[in-house]
Design a protein around this ligand. Structure first.
Ligand code: C5P
Length: 224
């Protein structure tokens, strides 16, 4: 719909894992399904936003009606995010690989008895921190996620400060919560004002609530 509290607004969402190549057939990855990021994009579209959805190779089908940009690596994700700006707000829900293989091999690494290939790793760019730290053209609201297993609020509060973002949605991904890869989420919203616990609810409901909060915070004037 082009009617809604976010009509005229451009929202950027990153989602899914990234794949970091080792050679043409192998890669480093993680278990992100892209479910939460996709649900956020859908909720923003429902409120009338124009949504650019930058996604790594995810199992979830990308949201209909978004401008979908498919990437593989963290470096590609950063480039796609920069190309998609300006945006009124950006939500970084992707599980970006922390490391890439420094020099991916052009040919498949051969298996040789008794010899293990050495993989030397390099740090990936922190896309959220980059965008949050932009001196010019920074979105009005920059939102990140923090998946924690302990001391959720203090770790996420520190992460918010370190990354320079406005909001962090912190979730407890301890084994036993069933959150990683599941359909439900239990989050705490960390803002400059403090921490706000949301009850455990579906990832879709988390997305709807976040979209409402973004619409409220962006207000009804302007737009990128
Ligand atoms: O540092 P950590 O990975 O825990 O931070 C998680 C948040 O930062 C998420 O919002 C994630 O999308 C974002 N992130 C990013 N680029 C990275 C690492 C994390 O955008 N290289």
């Amino acid at each position: 719909p082009d009617e809604g509290p976010l009509s005229g607004r451009h929202l950027l969402v990153t989602s899914g894992p990234t794949h970091e190549p080792i050679d043409p057939v192998r890669y480093i990855a993680n278990r992100s399904s892209g479910a939460q990021g996709t649900a956020i994009a859908v909720a923003l579209l429902r409120l009338g936003a124009r949504v650019t959805f930058v996604t790594g190779p995810a199992s979830a089908a990308p949201p209909e009606g978004a401008e979908v940009v498919k990437v593989e690596t963290a470096a590609e994700m950063l480039a796609a995010v920069e190309a998609a700006l300006p945006a009124d707000a950006a939500v970084f829900a992707a599980a970006v690989a922390d490391w890439r293989v420094e020099t991916a091999q052009a040919c498949k690494i051969k298996k040789r008895a008794g010899a293990l290939p050495g993989l030397s790793l390099a740090e990936n760019p922190d896309i959220l921190a980059r965008v949050a730290g932009m001196a010019v053209g920074r979105p009005d609201l920059v939102v990140g996620f923090a998946a924690e297993t302990d001391e959720v609020i203090s770790h996420a509060t520190a992460k918010r400060a370190r990354k320079g973002c406005d909001w962090i949605l912190a979730n407890d991904v301890s084994p036993g919560t069933g959150i990683m890869g599941g359909t439900e989420n239990a989050v705490t919203l960390i803002t400059a004002e403090g921490a706000e616990d949301w009850p455990r609810m579906s990832k879709r409901a988390v997305a709807a609530r976040l979209a409402d909060r973004l619409a409220e915070a962006l207000g009804s004037s302007g737009g990128t």
